[in-house]
Each structure stands twice: as C-alpha cells, then as structure tokens.
Design a protein around this ligand. Structure first.
Ligand code: F6R
Length: 637
C-alpha cells in the first residue's frame, strides 16, 4: 500500500505535492519522492524515510528530530512550504512508499523514470508479471535502476511511446501488458499540459479544482484544495489538464461520471470514511488477502491453480528432508503460528513446535540442523522474535521470516522472507496483518505438502482454488456485520468472555480472546473446548459469555456437548459456524460464516471475532486504535 498524488495548475506543484503526500503517510512512509516538470526538464527528488527527509533533501535544511512528528508540526509545514523555492513547475507527481519489491532506499523510491528521464511515473499496487516483463526489456537493452516491480511500467511506456508517438496510446498499450493491481500516474516531457492516470484494483480519485486538478490515492490528500471529486472506477483512465479532465475506459472510449462532493471532515477522510483505523483495516482484509495470495499461485493454461511460488525461495530441498518445523512469534503472530501447526501437520505431515518467542530463547531449546525455523512478525522488529531468530541461526538452522515490513531487521537476517502484503497497519490491534500471515502460512503448508509428497496434485489444486474464494467470503461476513454489532450492544457488559474451540478453532479462540481484551478491556480467555470441564467451567455464571467456534463438521457433536455444559451454567452462548442448524437448542445466538473446508476456515472464523471486539470497544466508549498500555511495535524485551 503506497500513496500517490498528482497536481496540474497555476501553483508551484512541489509544496502542493509534498503537503498532499503528508496526508497519505498513513499508507506508507518508508520513502517518498516527487517529479516536477520545470518547463525544461522533469526534476526528480526522492529520499528514504519519512516525507520530512524528502523536504530536507530538497531544501538542504535539517530540522531537529523533536520537531518531526506523525502529526503535522509547524516546523515541518514551514519546511514543506520552503520547497517552493527549490523546484519550480506547475505539473508534478508524488509518492509515499510502503515497500513490497525492493528494500526502502533512495533508488527504490518512486517516481521512476525512463532511461533519458523524459517520462516519469508513480505507482501504488503490485505488478505481478514484472519479472517476465523485466527480463524481456533487459534483453532489448533497457537498463534498470531499481529492484522495484514498478520500473517495468515506465520502460514499457517508453518503448510503446517510441512506437506509437502518442503518450496516451503508449499508456493504454502498457496497461494491456500488465498483470496485477495498480493506480499509476504518468507525466511526459513532451506533454507538459497533462497528467495521465489510471487504476485497476488500487484506489484513485480525481480532485477537480478551479484552474487546477489533482489525482490522489485518497481524499484527504486534496481536501485542502477541493471537495469535488471523481471516484475513478475499475479499469478507468483520466487525463488531467489544468482547466478540465477527460475520463476514459481502458478501451480508450470517453466516459461520463458524476462529480461527488465530499462532506467528511479531515479526520474521517484519513480513515477512508471509517470511524477508526481498526474497522478500516478489518474491511481491508479481502484486498490484502488477494494481494498476498494472487502473485504466488501458479496456474496452468486453463487457469487452474497448480502450485505455489515464493519470490525468495532457497528452501525447497530443505523441506523435503525437514525433521521438524519450529515456529516462534509473539502475540497475534504467535496465534498465526498455532494455526500453522495444525495446517503443516495435516497437509505436510511434519512435526511442528510453536513457541512464544520470549520463552523460547531462555530455555536452551533443543534444535537440530534439519529443523526449519519460521519466525512471524508484522513489524519485523519485535525484540524477542529477533533474538529467537538469531539463536536459531547460531545453531545452524535455516530461517524463514513472515513479515509485513520490507527491509525490517527480521527480513534482513532471515534466509528466506515471505512478505504479507497487508500494507501499513495503523491500529495497534492486529487484524489484516494476522489474516495475511495465515494466508502465507497456508500457502507454505500447501507447498511443503507437495514437496514432501503428502499432498497430491489434485488435493493441492483443490485447496488453492478454495483459498482463492476466501476474500469474497470474508466480504460476505463483513456485509453481515450489523448482526455482530447488535450482539455486541447486548453483551458488552459481560464480566467474562470465554472463547472455546477444537483443533484449528482452538487457535482462533486464542486470537479472538486477545483481540477482545486488547481493545475492550473485557476479561476474556480462550480454552480448548475439551479442557473446560477440567477447571475453567468453575468460572461460568450468568455474567459470562461463551463464544464457541465450530468450523469442523466432524467435531460439531463434541463442541455441541461443550456448549450444552456451558448453557446449563446460565452463561450466554454464541456459536460461529458454517451450519447454525447443527447447534439448534444449544446456543443463544448463531453467527453464520460461508461454507469453507475446516482446514482453511481459520481465515474466516476470526473475522466475526475481530468485529465483536471492535464493537464492544465502541459500546464501552474506548478508542480501539490506541488501547491503553500497548504499543504497535515492541522493540524491548
Ligand atoms: C495484537 C498484536 C500483538 C503483536 C505482537 C507481535 O493485536 O498486534 O500481539 O502481534 O506484539 O508483533 P509483531 O508481529 O510486530 O512481531
């Protein structure tokens, strides 16, 4: 997830672009850049790190660290204004990056340019077929500067521009060659009166001003200048001039759209109209899962999924002979590891030990060089996880990291990295990072199953096809969120909440209980359902809520009996299941999830639990984005 902006009008583009990017920093902040046409040339400036570093690079002025902040400080604002005197031009594009391909660096920052610097582009999204395109362009003599997927786009536009002698045709032809998701903005020295932009599966809006026009990934970027916007639809293009905009479909036909007037205030706008980042990020899960999964599923000529591909992959042989898998992580990431234990043992028939990282490192763990070590960390900076990784490496183990942050310490120190493509997660409580971790782990388990010969081609294809249906099923759950909200409004005053489940569902119970306690401060615990009667049942009374997670039809009877035990102690019972009818008379409430095989259902069952936690926090009047005593990244032991 990155942020892009574009400006054409009477003002100097540089400060307009930089201030607009500040409003998009929530979409990524590992580097930023602008390209401005000065009347003679396109000048590009880019810098690693936060946007303020870019302004410092442009102006040559450094402001003290304590005057830099996530919020706009007066010192930062004044620095952004000062860029006005350094790069002058009325046309430009800008980018704030969340690295996916290539570490955060000046070179990998956008904008990217063609070899003679006459065309410049910014991109948000992922070009899935970039390696084939890059190889082909390289064989034709193109020299690449960066490790990004994006750079292929500008070289393709350059190639087609030379053939077509028309920039609009060149952009359209390029789009036909691209697979993946993108919002792209293009400027060309030969066309100093326009910006061309387009979108497919990544957001893009067009801001319409008086004598000036804008494009941006999100509304907050342009609210200072205009509230009149076009929401660009799937596979639509726009050509912006200073006095008008023309809209097209990908076939190049002109289209007419209705101009919308934005009524939101700035705070609501930065959350995409949602009240909090947590609920926004819960809603981003279908898209994040598609981004995480789609480039990694290999298909045959008929479009049937056959195998899994990971960009960094030196471990195929190790999987074949691995004696054991050891997973370590903390918090939510640890819970993803617990789900993975069930998935790896079932699909790849390999023993899995999962450990909380803070415990693992202090007990002199028994490690064997034939073990595969997996660390999971959204931030890639968690101190305990990092120490566990180092311990494993000291013992000669190969380490795979699953992380959301390109260039993080964990990603640099591991042997292989699998990135979750969740985009920046702002809310402290992890939601989309968790489900994208699960997606990576399922893909890895399927690949391991194939390599170890425990999963037939047919079984692997079936599972991969089913994984492809998951994002739409999560969307169905989200569309039904009012039911969870109603339930939360009745239950948020419960003294204690217990999540129970068996097998995969016991892992989801752990994550569900953590989510609830983190944001609503309600006392919640998770138990393997069969354990209830060995102690925890003593806690149950009329002030208790028990949420049973039941995604495996083979275990319905067993968990059904546990629910009856609970109800007879006057606790309220909710069941999250694909088949509410199976629990008739055993529950007070049912939350139905779409049909899904039990092995993959963990991707679905957690979503109602995330929503329940969120709505309980709201009912109690708490800010779910900033729970007390918690930090997003825990870099101390
Ligand atoms: C809970 C949560 C934490 C993190 C944990 C590990 O919602 O976010 O439990 O999962 O602090 O953080 P990472 O994944 O960054 O290593």
């Amino acid at each position: 997830m990155c942020g892009i902006v574009g400006y054409i009008g009477n003002k100097n583009a540089t400060p307009v672009l930089i201030k607009a990017l500040k409003k998009l920093e929530y979409r990524g902040y590992d580097s930023a850049g602008v390209a401005v046409y000065t009347g003679e040339n396109i000048i590009v400036q880019k810098a690693k790190g936060k946007l303020v570093n870019l302004a410092e690079k442009i102006t040559g002025e450094i402001i003290p660290e304590n005057l830099k902040d996530e919020a706009y400080t007066a010192a930062e604002l004044s620095l952004y204004e000062k860029t006005d005197s350094f790069i002058k031009g009325n046309l430009g594009i800008g980018h704030t990056r969340w690295a996916t391909h290539g570490e955060p660096s000046d070179t990998n920052s956008h904008p990217h340019t063609n070899m003679d610097g006459t065309i410049s582009i910014v991109h948000n999204g992922i070009i899935e077929n970039y390696s084939e395109l890059k190889a082909k362009l390289q064989s034709q003599g193109v020299v690449f500067q960066s490790q990004t997927d994006t750079e292929v786009v500008v070289h393709l536009i350059d190639k087609y521009y030379k053939e077509e002698k028309d920039i609009f045709k060149a952009v359209r032809k390029t789009l036909q060659a691209l697979e993946g998701s993108y919002a792209i903005a293009v400027i060309c020295k030969d066309y100093p009166d326009r910006i061309i932009a387009c979108r497919k599966e990544s957001p893009l809006i067009v801001g319409v001003g008086k004598g000036e026009n804008f494009i941006a990934s999100d509304v907050p970027a342009i609210l200072e200048h205009t509230r009149d916007v076009y929401y660009l639809g799937e596979k639509e293009l726009v050509v912006l001039y200073s006095d008008h905009v023309d809209l097209f479909n990908f076939d190049g036909e002109k289209i007419i759209k209705e101009l919308s007037h934005v009524e939101w205030d700035m705070d609501a706008a930065s959350k995409g109209g949602y009240r909090h980042f947590m609920i926004k990020e819960i809603h981003e899960q279908p898209k994040a899962l598609i981004d995480t999964m789609r480039p990694r599923i290999i298909k045959d000529g008929k479009g049937c999924p056959t195998d899994v591909y990971f960009e960094e992959n030196k471990m195929d042989d190790v999987w074949k002979t691995a004696g054991r898998v050891v997973i370590t992580a903390c918090g939510t990431a640890y819970h993803a590891g617990v789900v993975a234990k069930y998935a790896f043992e079932k699909l790849a028939r390999v023993q899995v030990d999962v450990d909380v990282a803070s415990e693992f490192r202090y007990r002199n763990p028994i490690l064997n060089k034939k073990d595969i070590f997996i660390v999971i960390s959204q931030s890639g900076e968690t101190a305990d996880t990092l120490s566990a990784l180092r311990l494993a490496k000291e013992n000669g183990l190969k380490v795979i990291a699953i992380t959301n942050c390109v260039g993080s310490t964990v990603s640099r120190e591991a042997d292989d990295v699998i990135y979750t493509m969740a985009g920046p997660e702002i809310a402290v409580a992890s939601t989309k990072a968790y489900t994208t971790q699960l997606m990576c782990l399922y893909l890895l388990a399927i690949k391991a199953g194939k390599l170890r010969g425990t999963l037939s081609q047919e079984e692997a294809s079936k599972l991969l096809s089913e994984l492809e249906t998951v994002p739409a099923k999560i969307q169905q759950i989200l569309d039904d969120k009012d039911n969870i909200q109603k339930f939360a409004s009745k239950q948020f005053n419960k003294d204690k909440v217990f999540y129970i489940g068996r097998q995969f569902d016991s892992a989801t119970s752990l994550e569900s209980a953590l989510k609830l306690k983190e944001v609503s401060y309600m006392h919640s615990e998770a138990f393997a359902a069969g354990e209830l009667k060995h102690g925890p049942i003593a806690l149950l009374d009329t002030k208790s809520l028990v949420v049973a997670i039941a995604s495996d039809p083979e275990l319905y009877d067993k968990i059904g009996s546990n629910m009856v035990e609970v109800r007879s102690r006057q606790a309220v019972v909710l069941v999250i299941t694909q088949n509410g009818k199976a629990f008739k008379g055993k529950t007070d409430e049912v939350f139905q999830i779409p049909e899904c095989s039990s092995v993959l259902a963990s991707l679905l069952t957690v979503v109602p639990a995330q929503l329940f936690a969120y709505y309980c926090a709201i009912q109690k009047g708490y800010d779910p984005d900033k729970p007390r005593n918690l930090a997003k990244s825990v870099t101390v032991e």
